[in-house]
Design a binder for this molecule. Sequence first.
Ligand code: TRP
Length: 374
Amino acid sequence: MTSAALPSDPPIDDAELSTTETLDRSLLSAVARSGEIEQALATDASRFRVLTGDRPTGRLHLGHYLGTLANRVRLQDLGVQTMLLVADYQVITDRDDAGPIAERTRELVTDYLAAGIDPARTTIFAHSAVPALNQLMLPFLSLVTDSELRRNPTVKAENEATGGRPMSGLLLTYPVHQAADILFCKANLVPVGKDQLPHLELTRVIARRFNERYAGGRTVFPSPDALLSDAVNVLGVDGQKMSKSRRNTIDLAMTEDETTKQLKRAVTDSDRNITYDPVGRPEVANLLSIAAQLGAGTPEELAAQIGDGGGGGLKKLVTEAVNEHLRPIRARRRELEADPGYLASVLAEGNARANEIADATLAEVREAMGMTYV
Ligand code: TRP
């Protein structure tokens, strides 16, 4: 690390990254910044370019919808420029093969559009279709040390979740690839959950180091901010975190009958009087909070309304709230499913737009690095 900084350069940040302390600090500052950013969004949303994405590993469920998808639609509707990534290369970080990836990508795009993502305003694209984005990974890898990569708590947790599978080079380095996702389009705002903060911190470091080491202090890459969502964690019908592998989800793609059946299985407790007590009665509170987030009222109001109706009354109310809220989304989903040609064209157009942006950024990167020979 001997690059000579120009006197005007900000100091190179080679401090240790991703220790618990760093994470706590970045969490605190992200919470503080998120409040300021919300205000700026309300006054001038067009200043922001947002990038977010999902791994195409299965259908989206209420956890995704309430946690991130509804917020993306909100940002899009505020007038933010939004980029939405189908993170297909990230699927193979922790498993042996990509699975039925084409089908899952099509399902993801269907879920996005059904939930209100508008392809005229939001660019939907896939990693594997944007070569110049992937090429950014090479210079970016030169800007991080192996110990910084090995300390990433999210990577560690994902590695542990594989149950002893040897860590691949991609699992170790995908946060750098994720930096390329964010920086190729110079996104300045990334809506994330807490688990993604280490990746965003690394992205900021990569942007700074690139500017300092390879661009003589010019801002080729702006440092993105995290926008932390205040969404409550959605639990599945078994009372654990909602997740496909636990089969405890309520999917956007389910029918009303499937939803009713799934919610009938939901864990509650034996107290017939329904109250909103997130600490003492987490499963009951989760169901109340799902209905509340879907616009049925406050959790306390809903609890009072159910009164002595018990688990049965609670499930009935939540099932109605879910089915009612998702009804137009599901209807749109069925229309979209019947039109695979349209879905393919949405992705093709998004990919073309992402390629234009990525090609322009890569040209700037080559220029900054003196790698312009032709
Ligand atoms: N890692 C994210 C997830 O697992 C998906 C993702 C890929 C992403 N690239 C991104 C999120 C860039 C935000 C920004 O959900």
